[in-house]
Design a binder for this molecule. Structure first.
Ligand code: NCD
Length: 341
């Protein structure tokens, strides 16, 4: 039974327990099904038409920005955005805390992407001053967290393995820049909510996943292996989660690295070793790690991830505003319980 919401701000993946993940995925399915008909779309557009959102994106984004915008629009919310900090009063010396306070006075939801890993928490803190207590959603913070991409990935994996035991018991291989890939970190946290999962971290030594994540897995009792040879795990994995080189951090930190991730890329040749029922995921954007000719392989699910991201974000937003029961139980005129279907 849907109940009261358990989260208000969405800052970190660790806020999500298994029942909440299940509920959000179910909600995303109901939203997606409702959107199949005009009447359903019209209903969805009433769910949050009394709320407005601001998207404050201090880092580049295509999919996350657009899927949040679309998710808000589907639920009837209007959105504004700031994507270039040079157009804000920060240029005049305003603190970002004051900027966020301003957002809270004009909008009902603040969605943030920032290079500072602590920015979402700072935003919540700044609302305790002159602001209103509106929810804050982390759309990617520093190298640390990207909880809504992790929700997207879990939703996608649940759909792929529906009828095949779900995510429980699956072997997941993360490949690429695991040191700075925030989606990998957040998804690893969510994978600990499932039983019998095994994780392979496949990366060159300099880009291996952080020790904090390894310690977290040890504490949770989730088995994992560090690997530097993709070919060794490709035939064993149920999920291959590819990532790009996050070299924008080198420039920001004044570091010069010359890392070639070529041996951590998929090729049509290497794909021959992938299990027939396996799934290929990528948070995107990609570079050379998955050549476009692989897109038509039935095991490639990264384009589905893009669309799934919109529905799970819509589910999260409805949930945060405690409107999920309206959707899950249906409204009068929409056929009662589950009436949207
Ligand atoms: C990721 C991100 O921003 O962390 N993109 C996304 O939101 N899907 C991954 C990346 O930039 O490589």
């Amino acid at each position: 039974m849907p109940g009261e919401r358990e989260i208000f701000h969405c800052l970190q993946a660790r806020q999500f327990n298994r029942p909440l993940l299940e509920e959000l995925c179910r909600l995303a399915d109901v939203l997606r099904d409702a959107a199949q008909s005009k009447a359903g779309m019209e209903f969805l557009a009433t769910v949050l038409n009394d709320k407005r959102a601001i998207l404050y994106f201090a880092q580049p984004s295509t999919r996350t920005f657009l899927s949040f915008t679309s998710a808000c629009q589907i639920l009837g919310m209007s959105c504004a955005d700031i994507r270039d900090l040079r157009n804000t009063s920060r240029e005049k010396g305003e603190s970002e805390e004051d900027t966020v306070t301003t957002f809270s006075l004009l909008f009902d939801l603040i969605i943030v992407r920032h290079f500072d890993p602590h920015f979402p928490a700072r935003a919540v803190q700044s609302l305790k001053g002159g602001g209103r207590p509106v929810p804050v959603i982390n759309a990617g913070s520093g190298k640390e967290e990207h909880p809504t991409q992790a929700l997207t990935d879990i939703y996608t994996m649940k759909k792929i393995f529906q009828g095949r035991g779900g995510i429980d018991g699956k072997k997941v291989a993360f490949v690429g820049d695991l040191l700075r890939g925030r989606t990998v970190r957040s998804l690893t946290v969510l994978l600990t909510r499932f039983s019998g999962v095994k994780i392979f971290f496949v990366a060159p030594r300099e880009l291996q996943v952080g020790t904090d994540i390894r310690e977290m897995l040890q504490e949770e009792g989730v088995p994992f292996e560090l690997e530097d040879n993709l070919e060794k795990v490709i035939s064993e994995a149920d999920v291959i989660y590819m990532t790009r080189l996050q070299d924008e951090w080198d420039a920001l930190e004044g570091v010069t690295r010359s890392i070639d991730l070529g041996s951590f890329a998929l090729t049509v040749e290497r794909l021959k070793f992938l299990k027939p029922g396996a799934a290929l995921l990528h948070p995107l954007p990609r570079r050379g790690e998955i050549p476009p000719e692989i897109d038509k392989d039935p095991r490639a699910f990264y384009w589905q991830q893009v669309e799934n991201g919109m529905w799970i974000r819509a589910a999260l937003i409805a949930y945060i505003f405690n409107r999920h029961t309206d959707i899950l139980e249906g409204r009068p005129g929409f056929g009662g319980k589950g009436g949207l279907l």
